[in-house]
Ligand binder design. Sequence first.
Ligand code: ZN
Length: 295
Amino acid sequence: MLESDSCSCCPNTIESPWHVIGECNDDVAVQARSEWGDRMWEVLRKETTVQSGRTALRTDVADAMKRLWARDEHGRIPAWTPGSVGPVGGCLMEDVEMRELLEGVAAAGSWAVWMGVFSRSWMKLLTAGGLSHKRARIVTGKISAIISECRCAVAKVRHERAARESAEAMAERRRILELDVRKYHAMDKRSAGSGKPPLDQLLANGVVAQRKYVRRQRNAEEGRTKEMERKGRVVSLRAASAAGRARAAAICYSDWANLFLAENNSWRTNPRPAGNEEEEAEATGEAQWTGIRRG
Ligand SMILES: [Zn+2]
């Protein structure tokens, strides 16, 4: 994906500018890089032949310089840091002065060498290698133009891939949108007369109209769901409060029932003792009357 900073072509690789230009193993990028190195070499190779009275570049110097633009077996540019001599480290050029000048060029680092940062070491090397100052300027100018062109060509591989991927991502988003349109259209409870558009028409509409329809239907659907949840809550609350009232009533009833039973039990377990009628009767006129009658 475009949003990601990892290279979609090389697994687990951060897509840094150096990766894009120097290391991405996209076949087209590898090919473009190969042409890039070959074209730079071609400029130097031409300088090794004497043309119209000019002095030529020494072949051993040109051959040694070719090492600066070497790619590894995977078509990648080996990265080396400024200060190190990178690919010219193993150069066994017999001319020590030339070797040191070449190492001076390489010491600018891989980025400078491949991106066309021409230090003074370049002029020293080319003029010491046989070119006039003017010719050396022309040579670095030619190499510089090739670098600009080829660097763009390599970067273009990446940009075209990204554009292709984003086109694929867009097609994927459209497919998902169409699925949503079909889904919400099927769920759309309105009748054709009351605002529900025909599916054919929806699908023929642009992406903007389709998104709008899906958004509106999704909101309506969410609204319905929330309303149902709300009603569900109300029903369960009512059920809970009805149950609460029933429970409260049941408690009242059982209190009353318990009281009744308790009293009833006490009547049953403590029956009035026999013979008590007289004691009780003493308090009444009737008892006095009874006693008088007995007496
Ligand atoms: Zn890559």
